[in-house]
Design a protein around this ligand. Structure first.
Ligand SMILES: [Mn+2]
Length: 342
């Protein structure tokens, strides 16, 4: 091997070869104004604490982009009970959309940590904007379907609405509320974030682990043919079979966004450190296998971890520790998959 001084050309040549690979960027969105309970804005901090305690360096391995948020909006009174703080949420979603789009444009893979799930309506829009006419697929690992609209929501919490916003559904047929003009206008803006609406069609959305739905959401899933792989089906038929089936259903999609809501994990077995915990969910290993299986399709274009809320955790920092475990279980696969073909 040729000996060269450490500061001359071959070094920079090596570096140039390295940066020609697509890399990862962490996008952090600490906006929690769409949740019904406070505290998910501390989710990423909790994850960092878990990593530092574990001497785990995954979170400092890649550059970060921190998206501007306005959680102070929570101090203001809310004039929209059927979509709480929706006007402010729409501003947030536009910022989220821009962050993902810019990340994709510079050729980095967006690995997103977001506080409440309403953020996804903007994050997914950013990927769709970057894809333009190409077809987007969506994997939603969650205890809930997040298919409410201001017409059907029993709580008014917008983190139960991102999937309906992305699909462009009002579901007026099953309405239980009569939204105000202000609510309807803001909801239209929420569906149109990124100036594309809808972002996705129902045949390109697949749910994993949904087990806590209201009737309007259930009837929507049924009428639109949205596939859910429940926890018991995954255990009965095997993860590989189900993931392969999901990937096959998305065969005509060019890119896949995967959103992992930590409430898909079993609240009894793992942790209740999330806004709307539900029992009988996945364990950590199952989620790792699902995400890795989807990543191995070669189409994963963005990944999101969402809804960690350490203020609700009755087992110390257990939910963040579980999320960190999952992060470390999927990062090597993503690193391998995002390298361009030789
Ligand atoms: Mn969710």
């Amino acid at each position: 091997m040729q000996q060269v001084p450490f500061d001359v050309a071959p070094m920079s040549h090596k570096f140039a070869a390295h940066i020609s690979y697509m890399s990862i960027k962490y996008i952090i969105v600490n906006s929690e104004i769409g949740a019904g309970t406070r505290g998910s804005s501390l989710g990423f901090a909790a994850l960092e604490i878990a990593a530092i305690r574990d001497r785990n360096k995954a979170l400092i391995k890649y550059p970060r982009l921190k998206v501007e948020v306005n959680n102070n909006a929570l101090y203001q009174s809310n004039p929209t009970p059927n979509a709480i703080h929706i006007d402010e949420i729409v501003h947030q979603l536009e910022r989220n959309c821009e962050a993902v789009q810019s990340c994709r444009e510079e050729g980095t893979f967006p690995f997103i940590f977001s506080a409440d799930h309403s953020n996804a309506a903007g994050l997914v829009s950013g990927l769709k904007k970057n894809l333009q006419d190409k077809k987007l697929g969506l994997i939603w690992i969650d205890a809930h379907a997040d298919l409410h609209s201001p017409y059907t929501t029993p709580s008014g919490n917008v983190h139960g609405m991102p999937l309906a916003a992305l699909l462009g559904y009002d579901n007026k047929k099953r309405k239980i509320n009569t939204p105000s003009k202000q609510e309807i206008n803001a909801w239209s803006k929420m569906k149109e974030v990124g100036a594309i609406s809808p972002k996705i069609s129902s045949d390109s959305v697949i749910l994993f682990g949904v087990r806590d739905c209201e009737e309007p959401e259930q009837s929507l899933m049924h009428s639109k043919g949205i596939r859910n792989f429940p926890v018991h089906e995954i255990r009965h038929r095997g993860i590989e079979t189900c993931v392969n089936e999901a990937v096959e259903r998305l065969h005509d999609c060019d890119a896949i966004y995967l959103s992992f809501d930590v409430d898909s994990l079993d609240s009894d077995l793992i942790s209740n450190g999330t806004g709307t915990p539900v029992s009988k969910g996945f364990d950590e290993k199952e989620v790792i296998e699902i995400i890795n299986g989807i990543a191995q399709s070669g189409k994963l274009a963005a990944l999101e971890f969402v809804e960690i809320n350490p203020t609700l955790d009755t087992r110390g920092n257990r939910m963040a520790e579980a999320a960190l475990h999952i992060l470390n279980g999927v990062l090597p696969t993503i690193e391998m998959e995002i390298k361009p073909e030789e």
